[in-house]
Write a protein that binds this ligand. Structure first.
Ligand code: TMP
Ligand code: ASP
Length: 253
């Protein structure tokens, strides 16, 4: 006799997931996750490993403020609440396996791979898609490869690009008011139960390049994870500087 299977609506199975800088933990509320920020730091696809003291709390707090700021500007984000110094509650999303990088000035892999001079202004800003896949080293995608891998539909790619550009406009203005230049940054997005595209992950000195405005010394001006990547020293104080400037700029609503 054929086994009769009862067709049930399945809620996606959610288990604890530990990444390089954060841990996602299910809660007893459906669709709500706890996101714990770690002090662990990695670079160059985890070939370099270390710790930045206080980073979990700093990045969680900066991200919480920036997500709230973006929400006030009409950008949907996964942020629900900061529930502890290094922990926030977020909406569970079906994530795109993509890293969306926005570049206002040439730095990092763009300089390495194209020879463009460090700090060259990019107008209009560049929006790039990378395949979020550690085993493959998160390669840069061409539009054709994006389509081939079916990582997002053409409409979704268009919507992601537009959102990334809008987020860049808001963040650039915000950081400029903090006396910081937003050189480039990485975003991750997912879809909520209604299918809406929502900003996820974090926005912090781990995921943004930030330079002190007006500082021309190429090592002194860096206040982001490049201090860790390239052994520039004073990593924790750079993260704290960004936190202090963000807090001054964005009183909690
Ligand atoms: P890139 O110049 O190394 O491609 O990095 C561009 C931006 O993306 C920079 O602000 C750092 C950020 N980023 C991440 O957040 N995670 C990563 O794994 C990488 C490679 C870059
Ligand atoms: N977070 C990335 C890694 O360790 C790379 C980076 O941020 O430079 O894989």
């Amino acid at each position: 006799m054929a086994l009769k299977l009862e067709k049930k609506r399945q809620t996606p199975a959610v288990t604890t997931y530990e990444g390089k800088a954060k841990i996602l933990i299910p809660t007893d509320r459906p669709g709500v996750l706890r996101m714990q920020f770690k002090d662990d730091a990695t670079a160059f696809n985890a070939q370099k490993k270390g710790q930045i003291r206080g980073k979990g709390e700093i990045n969680c707090t900066i991200s919480s403020y920036l997500f709230q700021y973006l929400q006030q500007q009409g950008i949907p984000t996964h942020f629900l609440a900061q529930v502890a110094p290094a922990e926030m509650e977020v909406t569970a999303l079906e994530m795109f396996a993509l890293e969306v990088v926005v570049r206002n000035r040439a730095a990092g892999s763009l300089c390495r791979e194209t020879g463009l001079p460090l700090g060259m202004e990019l107008e209009p800003p560049l929006v790039e898609f990378y395949y979020k896949n550690d085993a493959l080293g998160d390669p840069l995608l061409t539009p054709d490869r994006l389509r081939l891998l079916q990582l997002a539909t053409p409409d979704q790619v268009q919507a992601l690009t537009r959102l990334a550009e809008q987020i860049n406009t808001h963040l650039r203005r915000f950081f400029a008011e903090c006396g910081l230049l937003l050189i480039d940054f990485k975003l991750e997005f997912g879809r909520d139960r209604a299918g809406q595209i929502v900003l996820a992950d974090e926005i912090s000195p781990d995921t943004c390049r930030l330079w002190l405005a007006g500082e021309t010394d190429p090592t002194k001006r860096v206040v982001d994870k490049d201090r860790f990547r390239y052994d520039l020293g004073e990593v924790e104080s750079a993260y704290r500087l960004v936190l202090e400037r963000v807090l001054q700029q964005a009183p909690r609503s």
